[in-house]
Every structure is written in C-alpha cells, then in structure tokens.
Design a protein around this ligand. Structure first.
Ligand code: DPP
Ligand code: ZN
Length: 853
C-alpha cells in the first residue's frame, strides 16, 4: 500500500466551483450523470485528475462535446484538457447500491438509499478530485420510483419537484454553501418525519426534520429536543447561528460510524436518534444528545470552516468533541460528564498512545484515512482544545474562536490556523504548546514533595515515552491545576492554582504547612497526562472525602482502589478496609448527588488495572477485582440494600437526579451480585421484571448474565422474545452476553455468531458481539487464545464486505507487548494469519502490519 505524507501536500491544480449531479435512482443500479465546472489553478496545463473507486466512465464530455483525451490511472480518471483554463466536464457512471456492502458511497439499507462520503466515499459515486480543499456549490437532481422512494432528500434546499414518467417522481436540491465532496449527501426512501422549527438569534425560521422508518417516529422526540438545545447553545456560547432554512436528519440502521455531519442533511446511525424509555437506557439517551449536538456543531467547526487535508482531521473533530462535551456538561452534571470523558480517554486513547498504532493528533502519514478516525484524533484532540481553553479562560478562548471562524469562514483550514487564531485572539504564546499536535504518547508526570524550612514544594518531572517513529521527545507545555490542603484540621490550604509546566523538571512552591499536605493534582483533569505520585492510603481517603473539586475526589478514590488492586494482583495484598471505608463514606452523599456517587464508587475496569502493570495478568486481575467487589458488597451490604429498597425513579423521569438514582441502583446491584448471597439472582430478576424502563432492565440483565442462575436463562429468553424485532435492543442482548464475566463467554460468543439474528452486514450488530468481546479483558485474553482466534476470524470474514468496520477490530490484537510471551505469540500469530489472506483491504493491511511492529 502507498503511504501518504502530510509534508507532500500541494494545493489542487484544479478547483471545481460547481457540481451538478443527476441521479436515476434504483436499488440495483443507479445512473449518475455528473457535470463538473473546473477551473485551472496551476500555471502549467496539467491534466485534470479525478479520483474514482470502483467506477467506469460510461461517457466523458467536455464543454458539451464527446471527449477522447482521457485515460484511467488505476481507479482514477485523468482528463487531458490541453491548454484550457476552464471547462465543464461531464461524466456518466453506473453504480450498484444494493451490492455496496462497504457502506461507503451510495448504498442500500433497509430498502432505502443513502450515502456516506467521509472521508473518501464520494469517489465511489462519481469521479471527482474528492479532497476537502476542493469546495463546490452542488445542484442535485434525483429521480426514482415514487412508491419505492416517496422521500427524496439532499443538501440545502429543495427548489423544485414533480412527477416523471412511469410512476417516477423527481426533486431538485440546491446547496448555496460551497462544500467539500465529503459533505455531500443524498437519501431516497419510504420515510416519515418528525417536524419542528427553530428561530435563530437573528430571527430566521429554520424547519427541522428527523426522518425515520414508519413505526419509529415516537422515538425521535429526544433527538429533536437535543437538536433545538444544540442550536441555542451554539448561539449562546460561540455566537454561531444556523445558516440554511432547513435542517434534516435521517436515521439509518446500517452505518459504519455514529453519524455524519453532511451540510443540512445529517445522516445518523439509528442508535444515536431513536430513544424511548422502554428501549433506551439513560446512557443511550445521553449518547443521542451528545451525538446530535456533535453533528450539529460541525456545521461551523467542520463545514463552514473545513479541513485542508485529512491530516488536519482533528481540527474539526477534536474541536467538535470539545464543543459537544461542554454542551453535555451544561445540559447535565459537569463533574459527572468530566468523569465519563476521562474514563473514555483512559479506556480508548491511552492504550492507543501506548501501543504500536500511536500517532499524533495531527498525523504525519497514513495509508488509509479511515483508520485515523481514532480516539487520539477525537478525544485527545478534544483535550488539547480543553487545555487551551483552561490556560486562557472562557472569555479569551471565545475571542480566539471568534477570530478563527471569522478569518477562515468558507476556507479549508489547518490545525496551525486554529492555533494561530487562539494565539492572536486570546493573547497567548502557544509556541511550545504546538508539540501536542506533533508528538504522540501520553506524557507522564512523576511527582514528589520536598520540604525547605517549613515550606513545601512539589517537584515535577515530565517524560513523554517514545512512540513509533518518534524516539526522542521534547518537554511539553502542560497546564496543571493543583491545590494543597492541611489534613490536620488547621485549615491551611493552597487554593487552586494553574501551573504551566514547560521544562523536563520543575519545582512548584506550595507554601507553609505544619505537616505534609494532601495534594490535589490535575484537578478537573486539566491535562491528559499520567500522574505518578506515591501517596498513602490515608491521604487518598482524606482527599476522596474532603477535596473541594469533585473530579479530584473521584480521582483520589479511584487511585485508592487502583493501588489496592494492583497490590493484590502483584501478590502484595494489603487489605480492603481503606477502600471499604472510603466507599462507605462516599455513599453517605448518595441522596444529594447519586450520579456522582455512582461514578465515584465504581471499581476501575479490568483493562485500566492492566494498564498499570508491566505485564498484564488478565486472570489475576479478574480474580482480585471480583474479590474486592465481593468484600465491598459484603461489608456495605445494608447500604447497597437500602439503595435498592426504595422504588426506582419512573423511567420517564430523565432528570439528572432520576438518572443518577438509576445508575446508583445498578452499581448497588452489581456489588451485591459479586457476593455469594443467594437471594441476589431472585432480587435481580425481580428488578428485571418490575423495571418500567430499559436502564433498570438492562442493568439487571447484565448482572444476571454474569452468573449461573436459572433466572439468568429466563431473563435472557424473556428479553429476546420481547425485543427480537427491535434491532437496537437486540444488540443489547448480544452485548450483555459478550460482556459476561462467565468462564465460557468465548464459547458463548462463538455460538451467538451462528444465531439467526446475527449478521455481518450490520456494523452495530458486529460491534455488539465482537466489540464487546474484545472489551472483555479476561475473555478476550483467555489463555488458550480462543478469543484472539475469534476476532481474527471475524476480521478475515468481514474484510471483503466491510473493510472499514473490519479494520476497527484489529487494535486489541496489537497490544501483545503488554502480555506474557505465550499470549503475545498467539496474538502475533493471529495478526500474521490475517496478513496472509489474499486480497486484503488497505484498511486491514495497514492496521495489522503496523500492529506487528
Ligand atoms: N461523522 C463523523 C463525526 O462526526 C465523522 N465526521 O465525527
Ligand atoms: Zn465529528
């Protein structure tokens, strides 16, 4: 495969100011007639290079005449336009939506036709430069059978429609905003709409539509509310107004990503639109709200200002994730949202940064851009923006983003453009900070306290570990929020201070304390770093109870649990009493903030415990984590039972408090289930049966699924019978079984893959079974290698159909360096077996071969 380098960027030789597309729609074969107006930018008469993927030109015309000066270069079309500096190039192609299993370009899903073009799917519809720095105005005509496709949608506004011959009808859409081809969208199908409207801050009325299959309409209200809230939030917080008269969202069940921000016509995975209390958990509800906001916010951070090239992907994704995180924090609990975001970063991004696929948020090279829609580009990218905002404060950050939007509106910009706008608008020197864009790897801060004649100081050493292609790292600019407290009741404290680290070592004065102070470090997770700081259990427990920053309280308790678990796994058991006491004390706050308490008392995941160890021992981690969970379950039994004794909040109550209450009930049940108390299956089954909504029902089912009771079998069966016709809920049925802590989970997954409801054609279904398995550390790393084999078999079977989704399953196999020799050898063998397959996609080839390094 060819490696593409960021340094090789050249501006396009030809711009394409206008694109006219004419679609003759049919599921089996759709004819596309494209007319591109092209204008030469290069001085020399270079030919026009139009990218294609699986296309054959049926006809090529230039300025209305048949044209023979063209040739194919691999999949691409090269048109020689001689000395012309401008022309209209027309190309006809024939595409086959029904057999498009990659779900890129124009494809059929559930009888409807829809598109996905980011990053490079437009070239599967017609020949085009298909690079984000080529922006065009689009006019789209589509015609098709009125019965099969009663609804015809594209970007922008519908400017004409009518009936055609033979039961056909047609529509003409025009998008006034120039856009890159990756934002093109078309949808044709039998859809119903939830209509609403929004009046923008300048008084413009925007028609909103959420389009779904018949029968799903009553599950769209939450998404609609989220959309209106997002529109108002972006006006209030960023001064950004929507810019078309129409905003449509279509929900599609077969979708590789979560959703797509096409101009004026977002296309969504159904799982981020459809929600009602009976079928969606509180987590699902929050997912809908967050993703609707994310895609809406892209209208400015992504669409109005787009990316110059795909190396700049984090320009729009990191910034937009940051924006959706702040939105969700404002809509709910900022502390809980921060905890969730950090947990996700640690679960998905830190391992990526520590493994063979590590890359900077602005990568230097890639083979297949689809492989770079990563937690690094998205979530670490968001942390980089978060740090800038922390350093300058909200008002100056807003000045920076105002300048960015104003200066680059209508342009294809770079990460450097963004940094410069923040520098100038907010007034800060980000010279050293730019290293966050170029250096991969999670910085590690090693801390120690020093005492100088009654005054205390903190010594900080930072190191950035080597990553592939980057052996030597420079010290980074790291904004570290800290505070210090006297634990002796004297009340002495260093109030919250923002320290900006710049050197490899640095001494931070803390002030006078009679005894060693308790240090509250990286408050609010001000920087995406790992902190190494040996602290006594008593100090952590004190912080867990007394720190004034809720995130720091959470961190202190997590660290206490982590220290206890790591010691136990390493055979240095030190008892669980400190953890039990701290959890018991935290539970006292359950009535006031159940959501926070539920997050705070959760044990660190098996994977995160593994991340603290030189060699991960999945079996010992599971054993010790379950043992600690059982000890906590037993010691605090009455508190857990008290939480479960009250009635659950009604499922229709989506207030912060009700959601928190349900979450805490799920945690309480899990703690009890870890003990050997024999009434627990019956208790869980009663909660499962009595539940008036999916949050309680799924929590109880997941708890039962870990065990071995008759209730487990009954609940799984009831759940299946009740929801077998609802794909999103059926995904949960597969998922809870693949998440199970049972010893036979790998075999169960193997069997479930043969279930009549399992299909490789639907990415959600694939992820719900196999994605859940690879996230189940002890199962995936089962000592006989059966988990590895199962994932590799999947990658091999799925690659010919859907390389993008297949390649996403590979990274867990690439973590072999962290495991013992026997496991490492089996993991590598599976990667090699994948690479030995003939005709492997570029996606899988890149991920598997890099994973072996
Ligand atoms: N649709 C994906 C997202 O919004 C890629 N742009 O993140
Ligand atoms: Zn995005």
């Amino acid at each position: 495969p060819v490696t593409i380098h960021r340094g090789d960027y050249r501006p396009p030789d030809w711009q394409v100011p206008d694109v006219a597309l004419d679609f003759a729609l049919a599921v089996e074969a759709t004819r596309v007639a494209a007319a591109l107006s092209v204008v030469r930018q290069a001085d020399a008469p270079t030919p026009l290079v139009l990218r294609g993927d699986g296309l054959t030109p049926a006809a090529v015309r230039v300025d209305g005449e048949g044209w023979n000066d063209w040739r194919m270069d691999g999949a691409d079309l090269i048109v020689d336009l001689g000395e012309r500096t401008a022309a209209t190039v027309e190309i006809d192609t024939l595409i086959h939506p029904a057999s498009n299993t990659q779900l890129m370009g124009l494809y059929a899903s559930n009888g409807m036709l829809c598109t996905q073009c980011e990053a490079e799917g437009f070239r599967r519809i017609t020949f085009h430069p298909d690079r984000p720095d080529v922006l065009s105005r689009y006019k789209v005509r589509m015609e098709g059978d009125k019965a099969a496709f009663p609804i015809l949608l594209s970007n922008g506004n519908c400017i004409a429609k009518g009936d055609g011959a033979g039961g056909n009808h047609w529509a003409l859409w025009e998008d006034p905003w120039p856009k890159p081809s990756y934002l093109f969208a078309l949808v044709a199908g039998d859809l119903v709409v939830n209509r609403d409207s929004f009046t923008t801050m300048s008084g413009r009325e925007v028609e909103l539509g959420i389009w779904v299959r018949d029968g799903d309409l009553d599950r769209t209200e939450h998404a609609m509310q989220a959309l209106k809230d997002s529109m108002a939030w972006d006006e209030r917080v960023y001064g950004r107004e929507y810019d078309l008269d129409l905003f449509n969202i279509v929900a599609v069940s077969d979708f590789n990503m979560g959703a797509m921000e096409n101009k004026g016509l977002n296309v969504f995975n159904t799982r981020y639109i459809l929600a009602d209390p009976d079928t969606a958990t509180d987590v699902d509800y929050d997912g809908v709200e967050g993703v609707v906001a994310h895609e809406y916010f892209h209208n400015w951070s992504g669409n109005r200002v787009t990316c110059r090239d795909w190396f700049q992907l984090s320009l729009k994704e990191g910034f937009t994730v940051y924006r959706d995180q702040c939105f969700s924090a404002d809509m709910g609990s900022p502390a809980v949202k921060r905890i969730e975001d950090v947990r996700l970063l640690r679960a998905a991004q830190f391992p990526e940064d520590a493994g063979p696929l590590a890359h900077p948020i602005r990568p230097d090279s890639f083979q297949e851009i689809s492989n770079f829609y990563t937690a690094t580009i998205y979530n670490k990218g968001a942390e980089i923006i978060h740090m800038m905002a922390t350093m300058v404060g909200a008002d100056r950050f807003r000045k920076g983003t105002d300048l960015y939007f104003e200066r680059h509106d209508g342009e294809a910009a770079t990460c450097e453009d963004f940094v410069r706008a923040i520098e100038e608008g907010a007034g800060i020197d980000l010279t050293q900070f730019r290293l966050w864009y170029s250096q991969a790897g999670t910085p590690r801060l090693t801390l120690s306290l020093a005492q100088e004649s009654g005054d205390w100081a903190l010594d900080v050493t930072q190191t950035v570990p080597p990553t592939p292609g980057q052996d030597d790292k420079q010290p980074m600019m790291i904004p570290l929020k800290l505070a210090a407290f006297a634990m002796d009741g004297s009340g002495a404290a260093l109030p919250e201070t923002l320290v900006t680290l710049t050197g490899a070592t640095q001494r931070v004065p803390l002030g006078a304390f009679a005894a060693r102070p308790a240090l509250s470090i990286n408050r609010g997770f001000s920087a995406p770093v790992i902190v190494d700081f040996a602290r006594a259990d008593g100090e952590l427990a004190w912080l867990a109870a007394n720190d004034d920053d809720p995130f720091a309280r959470y961190e202190a308790l997590q660290q206490l649990m982590l220290d206890t678990l790591v010691a136990a796994v390493s055979g240095k058991a030190r008892g669980s009493q400190a953890v039990i006491d701290a959890i018991g004390q935290t539970l006292a706050g359950a009535a006031t903030d159940p959501a926070f308490v539920a997050e705070a008392v959760l044990l660190p995941s098996e994977a995160f415990i593994g991340d603290q160890m030189v060699t991960v021992d999945p079996g010992a981690i599971r054993r010790e984590r379950l043992a600690l969970q059982a000890a906590i379950g037993t010691a605090l039994e009455s508190q857990w039972r008290a939480i479960l004794a009250g009635a659950a909040p009604p499922a229709t109550d989506l207030s912060r408090k009700a959601k928190g209450g349900r979450r805490l009930r799920g945690v309480a049940l899990a703690y009890l289930a870890a003990t050997a108390m024999d009434d627990v299956p019956a208790l869980a089954f009663r909660i499962f049966s009595d539940a008036d909504g999916m949050t309680e029902r799924q929590a109880a089912l997941a708890t039962l699924a870990h065990g071995d009771s008759d209730e487990r079998v009954a609940a799984l069966d009831i759940f299946y019978q009740r929801y077998r016709d609802n794909p999103l809920v059926l995904d949960k049925w597969f998922q809870v079984q693949a998440w199970s802590l049972r010893a036979d989970t790998v075999d169960a997954v193997k069997e479930l893959a043969q279930h009549p409801d399992f299909t490789l054609a639907n990415p959600n279904r694939v992820r719900s079974l196999y994605g859940a398995l690879s996230g189940n550390q002890a199962a995936f790393h089962q000592a006989d290698g059966a988990g590895y084999r199962l994932i590799a078999d999947l990658v091999i079977a799925l690659d010919p159909k859907n390389p993008q989704t297949s390649a996403r399953m590979i990274p867990p196999l690439g973590r072999w360096k962290r495991f013992d020799d026997a496991r490492a050898a089996m993991m590598k063998a599976e990667l090699e077996r994948i690479l030995a397959q003939p005709g492997l996609s570029r996606d899988v080839t890149e991920q598997a071969s890099k994973s072996l390094l």
